[in-house]
Design a protein around this ligand. Structure first.
Ligand code: KIV
Ligand code: ZN
Length: 397
């Protein structure tokens, strides 16, 4: 089975989005967590951006030895010099060079012709390759670049020394089918099977993970993504969603990664803790509701066999335990199970009374917490004492 390399850009693309900037110590803490997670490459920063980012990149490069460490640079001498400086202490460095290739970016942003851009790319990759063992080239806005020009650039980039070719969907415009087709076309026309093709997707249309998965079907073997999907504007492809999709649907994608699934949730939590920004409760894999069930029919199914409503085992991705939320949609079985977990085995009549009282409360309070439930069962038992067999219950909540 082929392996897909995971390139984590939480510390670069993720960090450059509003509210997510991190200082050197914070980047280092997260870098260690990403190393434990099993990412193949950590993009530590964009050293030309600020002296602090250069410092942080150097610190990550000095401490992280389990993953390759990348630093970003435009195809501009000053950027490349800064990135190489940031990578100096790295055991396994990668210079990540980029330049926009779409006519839109060339005309309005770079004010350069295709020929000028082409020459800059080739020149800076040659220089980079002479100073760094591994060079990745990204054709920014690749998904909106004329395919003939894109293939010319990719061929020249490989011949100049780039061994990883990243073709980003920089503005999140592509559809999965189009994005996969772009990679197939580039591979068919450029050849060079030794060069690794890479995807980097933004989530402007909510398609970043879908596009990344499609890219794998199109032959890509490196995916650039971020923890919690943070990144410019609507963010990048979410690492945890991508990894779990590849795991759960391995029968379809037929690839593996080096990611340690149990570390997904801890990595997500650490990022939220460091930045102070949580994830939406309904976010796949790491959201608070990702394994929470309230509807009675679902709770009943889960209690009988979790596979009825769960395609991911929460513990497998490091989530402590599934949560059956007790509220007005819940059924009696869920109440009976939660009371038993709390140490109260109930008779049918106790359960019926508890359920009636809980439903009256749920209408007003949305959720019945464990301590509410304990109050209710104690009240029920005071009204009509239960036989000696029932548990006394202990509660830590
Ligand atoms: O979105 C993008 O195109 C990028 C490149 C610099 C890789 O972040
Ligand atoms: Zn990006």
């Amino acid at each position: 089975m082929d392996t897909v390399q995971i390139f984590d850009t939480t510390l670069r693309d993720g960090e450059q989005s509003p509210g997510f900037s991190m200082n050197r110590e914070e980047k280092l803490r997260l870098a260690h967590q990403i190393e434990e997670l099993g990412a193949d490459i950590i993009e530590a920063g964009f050293p030309i951006a600020s002296p602090g980012d250069l410092e942080a990149t150097r610190a990550v490069a000095a401490e992280i030895k389990g993953c390759r460490v990348a630093a970003l640079a435009r195809a501009v001498q000053a950027d490349v010099d800064a990135a190489l400086k940031g990578l100096e202490p790295a055991a396994k460095p990668r210079l990540h060079l980029f330049l926009a290739t779409s006519d839109l970016h060339l005309k309005y942003k770079l004010r350069a012709t295709r020929e000028e851009a082409f020459d800059r790319i080739v020149k800076m990759i040659r220089f980079g390759k002479a100073h760094c063992e591994e060079v990745e080239f990204s054709a920014e806005d690749a998904s909106r670049t004329d395919i003939d020009f894109l293939c010319e650039v990719v061929l020249a980039a490989i011949e100049a020394g780039a061994t990883i070719i990243n073709l980003p969907d920089t503005v999140g415009y592509s559809t999965p089918a189009e994005y996969a087709e772009m990679f197939r076309a580039v591979r068919a026309r450029v050849g060079h099977p030794e060069a690794v093709l890479s995807a980097h997707c933004h989530d402007d249309l909510g398609l970043a993970v879908a596009n990344s998965l499609a890219a794998i079907e199109g032959g890509v073997r490196q995916i650039e993504c971020t923890i919690n999907g943070i990144g410019e504007r609507a963010g990048n492809a979410s690492l945890e969603e991508l990894i779990v999709a590849l795991h759960v649907r391995q029968n379809h994608y037929q690839v593996e990664t080096h990611i340690n699934l149990e570390k997904l949730y801890p990595a997500s939590r650490l990022l939220s803790q460091i930045t102070g920004i949580g994830v939406p409760p309904n976010k796949a894999v790491v959201g608070a509701n990702a394994f929470a069930h309230e509807a009675g029919i679902h709770q009943d199914g889960i209690l009988k066999n979790p596979l009825t409503y769960e395609i991911i085992v929460p513990e497998k991705v490091g989530v402590p335990a599934r949560k059956l939320v007790l509220g007005k949609h819940s059924g009696r079985n869920a109440f009976r199970a939660r009371l038993a977990e709390l140490g109260y085995d109930t008779t049918d009549s106790e359960l019926a009374e508890c359920y009636r009282m809980a439903m009256a409360q749920a209408d007003a309070e949305k959720e019945i917490r464990d301590r509410d439930l304990v109050d209710i069962i104690l009240r029920v038992r005071r009204q009509s004492p239960a036989p000696a067999a029932a548990g006394s219950g202990t509660i830590a909540h």
